[in-house]
Every structure is written in structure tokens, then in C-alpha cells.
Design a protein around this ligand. Sequence first.
Ligand SMILES: Cc1cc2nc3c(=O)[nH]c(=O)nc-3n(C[C@H](O)[C@H](O)[C@H](O)COP(=O)(O)O)c2cc1C
Ligand SMILES: [Fe+2]
Ligand SMILES: [Fe+2]
Length: 397
Amino acid sequence: MINAIQMTDDIYWVGVNDKETDLFESLWPLPEGVSYNSYLIKDEKIALIDTVKINYNDSFLEKIKGLIGERKVDYLIINHMEPDHSGSIKSLREAYPDLKIVGNAKTMNFLAGFYNIKEGTKIIEDGDQLDLGKHQLSFYLTPMIHWPETMMTFDEYDQILFSGDAFGGFGSLDGVLFDDELNINFYATEIRRYFSNIVAKYSPLVSKAIQRLSDLDIKMIAATHGPVWREDPNYIIEEYRKWSNYETDEGVVVVYGSMYGNTKIMAEAVARSLSENGIENIKLFDVSRKHVSDIINEIWQYKGVVLGSCIYNLEIFPPMETLINDLENRNLKKRVLGIFGSYSWSGGAVSRLQNFAKQVNCQLVEPVVEVQYSPDANMLDQCYELGKNVAEAVINY
Ligand SMILES: Cc1cc2nc3c(=O)[nH]c(=O)nc-3n(C[C@H](O)[C@H](O)[C@H](O)COP(=O)(O)O)c2cc1C
Ligand SMILES: [Fe+2]
Ligand SMILES: [Fe+2]
């Protein structure tokens, strides 16, 4: 048995699974791991598409050798230079000194800058093709999904789109590779968490790329992370299309920052009101205790967002600042938004949230509720009113 996975007559998955890294990009927890997918095309010429993180270099090279024996890898196609995919380039070049590295002009800057590789490269432009014998590869430049040099590679013979990070997701491949082999519920949340945290900022470009790719007859999508889509590539295209157009399901995410429970009581009143006013999907999170990447993930699914915070040393509660800063960075839009807060002497949390509301393109719903000390019955009525108005706005959006 070989530990590569055959995808078609000539194409193999030679990626690796990472269950050791705790934080992807030193930011995003990996409770279910992540895969770095690399693909090998065995034709008259042998081509590899992307590599793996350096930690897994040895098993990566072994997989390749197991498939091609004494033959050499002729081409390495680089869809993306982030080191989770480019880490093994240098050692691959050492193992195969004649290897030609194929990328666009921007790829070459990264290649020289990161790995001091300047020779033995082939620069391609958008629409160019590379002939491997039976297989022709076509290249599509997709800058800023999510780095400047990113591109996609289409195998014309097997009609496989090697899409780089687009259409990828967190979650290691636990014995499975293809969409028809796995339980999608396990991966669906992790795939959206990957999109909402890593790719969402570049949504308009994702949307454009999807339109452009609609001319291709795609039989399989093979991204740099997560499952290979062969039974239903449209599933992942449709998910990405929906997210990148900011389309959402009916539901509301309520997030609060609270030290001593006053802001939490307000959040619970809002949530109860949402429920009494017809919202079924209600997610209530303590911003200090739910990882920001999970909160962003939930916010990417639902139409309504309600944020409430106390104030801490004249600034909004720090984990709430992290969340709203991340939402601003990802250009949150097309949402119904409610805000509230609490203070004891200076105030300031609500004004920061109002400032946030101005920066994102969302529909701000009244009332904005601000409580001094603890919410009394009148203030809780206002929270109830806020929940009711958010529910109505979400249902009628
Ligand atoms: C360390 C600390 C710093 C605070 N800084 C401020 C502040 O700068 N301005 C203010 O109005 N209240 C401040 N407060 C008071 C809280 O923001 C206020 O009591 C709020 O209602 C607490 O909400 P919670 O019960 O949901 O934690 C501070 C409280 C603590 C514990
Ligand atoms: Fe990346
Ligand atoms: Fe990646």
C-alpha cells in the first residue's frame, strides 16, 4: 500500500495532516486539525501542485518517492506562497535539483524573498498553459484570495480545479479525502470558520473568481486544505458564493462582554425577546469565553448581530474590542445590528459600538440601550424592545 491517495488514473493526493499545530497562523485554534494538500500528476512530465508545511517535509518526500520511484519531479506549480504550502519548496528543490518552479511574477518575489530561490523558475501569466503530455494545465490568476500571488490551476484532461486556499477549510482528513466519503456535518462548520476568518475580507474577489470559473466544466475541486469535492463540487462553490455575497440564514448572534453580570442580564433579556418574537436560531456568547474565530463563524451564518459590552478603564471591554475590530477588518455587511452596554462612571462602551455601527454597512436597529450600574425593570423593557425590533428586522429583511 502507498500512503498517497489516488484521485484519477494519473493524479494523486500527496498532502499531510497536521494534528500538532494548536494555532493556525498563530491565531486560529485547530481543535480538529488541518490538512495541507499537495497533488501529484504523473504524466510524461511529472508535476506537483503546492507543497506542505516544513514540519511534514520528510513524509511528504516519502509519499512522492513511493509514487514515482527513481523518476524526477519536473514541475512544481505554486498556487500560493503562504508557508503552510510553500515550506517544503527548498527541500524539494534539493531532492530534485532540475525541478522547474512555476508561478506568476508575484510568486517569484516571494520565492526569492522567503527561500532565496531565483533560478530554475518559469513565469506564467493569466490564461497560460503548461503541457505535461496527456494533461494540459491552465492557470488563472486570482490575486488577493487571500495573498497577492494566489492563483488557481485547472487540469483540462481530468477537469480538476486546483483552487489554492479558496474552497478549503480547517479539519484534518481523518482517513477520508473525497466529499462522498465523509460526514459533511463534521467539516461544514470548520470550512465556514476557515472562510469567515481567513478569506472573508476578500469576498468581492472570491465572488468575481466564482463568476469567472463558471465557464469551466469542473468535475473536481481540490483545494489546499480540507476535502476534495468530486461528488458535488457545486456544494462548496455554492457555499462560497453565498458567503462571499454576504447571504445569511434567519437567526441572531448575541455577544456580550461582562465581568459582573449586569451586561449579561441585558443580553439574556434581548435573547429572550428574540425567541418570543419568532427567532429560532439564537446564539448567545460570552465574548471572554468563546473564541473570536467561532463567534465570527457564527456571525457569518446569521442575519442578526447584537453586541453588548461593559466598559473597562475608559475603553470597551478588551475582548469585545478584538471582536469588533475583526468584524470591521472583514467588512461585515448586510446584517441587522443591535447594540447595548453598561458603565458605572464615565461610559464609553456604547459610543465605541456606535462608532463600529457607522463603519460597517449594517442596518442599526433602535433602541440603543445604555445602563448605569445595574439594569432596572425599565431598562430591561428597553432590552426587550431591542430584541423585538431586531427579530422583526431579521424576519422582514
Ligand atoms: C477594572 C474595572 C474598570 C472599569 N472601568 C470603568 C470605566 O472606565 N468607566 C466606567 O464607566 N465604568 C468602569 N467600570 C465599571 C463597569 O464598566 C460597570 O460596572 C459595568 O456596568 C460592569 O458591567 P458587568 O456587570 O456586565 O461586568 C470598570 C469596572 C472594572 C471592574
Ligand atoms: Fe493561505
Ligand atoms: Fe492555506
